[in-house]
Design a protein around this ligand. Structure first.
Ligand code: SF4
Ligand code: SF4
Length: 200
């Protein structure tokens, strides 16, 4: 199980950003000045229970997310109880050292095969085409990919049930990429490759 100490370790060691430039400056003008992934109208961050508990003792940046619509309520009810839906004070008050694991990872996610082998990172398509970093494999920082892979190895070791979460998520991502006829990018510290849509 992930502990608050583990969360502290993660926050202290895995800080790289996905691109060399401030990507929020690129996407914010398309969303009334708010980076898409920092806007709960577009994306509601989710935390581990221990992550939320750790942050409560460190900062006022985060609070539990209060659903505004029946759809959001349904989303929360259908998600594993151990996940905490949260909201921060907003991009103008961001405290970078207390960004959530999900903030640090976006727009990527761990990619697993059907046997739960962790193969690398792939894009998270929750914002579809809105995130300008998505589907531009040449601009992602190698340091970011290496750090995130190390971070996820650490998380999977401490919280093996996360392997099942991303096993299922990777199936969804393969289906999405296949339906949209997009390359399925898989990033490792050595570079990237294009994975098949179907696995055995
Ligand atoms: S990760 Fe994507 S959505 Fe988030 S700030 Fe950067 S460009 Fe915008
Ligand atoms: S903590 Fe910072 S990076 Fe994360 S959603 Fe809030 S403003 Fe964005």
């Amino acid at each position: 199980m992930l502990t608050e100490k583990d969360i502290e370790y993660i926050y202290q060691h895995f800080n790289s950003t996905p691109a060399a430039h401030d990507c929020g400056q690129v996407c914010a003008p398309q969303n009334d000045g708010i980076p898409f992934c920092c806007d709960s109208e577009w994306l509601i961050p989710v935390m581990y229970e221990k992550e939320f508990a750790y942050l409560q003792g460190m900062t006022n940046l985060w609070k539990r997310f209060k659903p505004r619509t029946k759809q959001e309520q349904k989303l929360i009810e259908e998600t594993d109880e151990s996940a905490v839906f949260v909201e921060c004070l907003g991009h103008t008050k961001c405290e970078r050292q207390f960004r959530s694991v999900s903030c640090r990872l976006f727009p990527f996610e761990p990619y697993l095969d059907l046997q739960n082998n962790f193969l690398g990172l792939t894009y998270n398509y929750k914002l579809g085409e809105k995130c300008p970093l998505v589907d531009k494999p040449d601009i992602v920082s190698k340091e970011f990919i290496s750090e995130q892979i190390e971070m996820w190895r650490y998380i999977f070791e401490k919280e093996p049930t996360e392997l099942d979460v991303y096993h299922d998520q990777s199936i969804q991502t393969r289906r999405y990429a296949s339906r949209m006829k997009k390359p399925l990018y898989i990033f490792t510290p050595e570079g990237y490759s294009i994975g098949p849509y179907r696995l055995r």
